[in-house]
Design a protein around this ligand. Structure first.
Ligand SMILES: NC(=O)c1ccc[n+]([C@@H]2O[C@H](COP(=O)([O-])OP(=O)(O)OC[C@H]3O[C@@H](n4cnc5c(N)ncnc54)[C@H](OP(=O)(O)O)[C@@H]3O)[C@@H](O)[C@H]2O)c1
Length: 199
């Protein structure tokens, strides 16, 4: 399904209902970014980013969660990012969308505690995938010079989901960033993010 289309997530859910499929694991992985200043950005791409990164993730969770709770069995893994830690000048909507995913996942994880259902937010750092190209970042952005392997990130996410962790900061860089972003004022972290996104 093209999840940028409104209510696409609902169609995915309807398909599983029509085929009597019980979904016990939901991995909200689909997502993309865009680089450049918001004022000059392509509106359609920003709109679709919100649809895919936020609305579809939220709607899929809303559709599948009640059944999981009823069956007292379910795991949801949502793809957030190191971008969730601060504001991201030069990739403003992407950073904001990943902050939404982290906050939303944490909140629902707490709400469903004790029901047999868990929610995990995976926050990877730069990872070698098609992301750079999809976000129009070019092929030589400094951020991706030491990108993690997609396989390692996926394994860490699945491990965290199985261990029922609420947050998973994958890799040394992400762990360091999560620590530093908690200590540093937001006026500093957004300037750092701006420099990083420009490099
Ligand atoms: N790579 C990184 O550095 C990094 C870091 C932190 C978090 N993340 C997050 O990790 C997740 C996976 O991204 P990736 O790094 O693997 O990038 P990717 O190689 O570009 O893959 C993006 C994935 O999202 C799907 N997708 C994009 N637009 C869609 C749409 N309109 N409808 C349905 N599916 C759509 C793609 O499906 P198709 O293949 O069918 O197009 C693909 O499976 C994303 O949520 C991203 O934000 C990535």
């Amino acid at each position: 399904m093209d999840l940028s289309v409104p209510d696409a997530a609902l169609k995915v859910f309807d398909f599983t209902q029509d085929h009597d499929l019980k979904i016990d694991v939901l991995i909200n992985n689909a997502g993309f970014g865009d680089s450049g200043a918001f004022a000059q950005s392509d509106w359609k791409k920003q709109y679709e980013m919100v649809q895919v990164n936020i609305t579809a993730l939220m709607q899929l969770t809303h559709c599948f969660l009640p059944g999981m709770i009823e069956r007292k069995n379910g795991k949801i893994l949502n793809l957030s990012s190191v971008a969730a830690f601060c504001a991201g000048p030069g990739m403003s909507i992407y950073y904001a969308s990943k902050a939404f995913v982290r906050s939303f996942s944490e909140a629902v994880a707490e709400e469903v505690k004790g029901t047999g259902v868990t929610v995990t937010a995976l926050c990877p750092g730069p990872t070698a995938t098609g992301f750079e190209a999809a976000a129009a970042m070019g092929n030589d952005s400094r951020m991706f010079k030491k990108a993690a392997k997609a396989e390692d990130v996926a394994k860490a996410g699945l491990r965290a989901m199985r261990k029922k962790k609420v947050l998973c900061y994958q890799g040394g860089f992400t762990k360091l960033m999560s620590f530093l972003c908690r200590l540093a004022p937001r006026s500093v972290t957004r300037k750092y993010a701006k420099k990083t996104n420009e490099a």
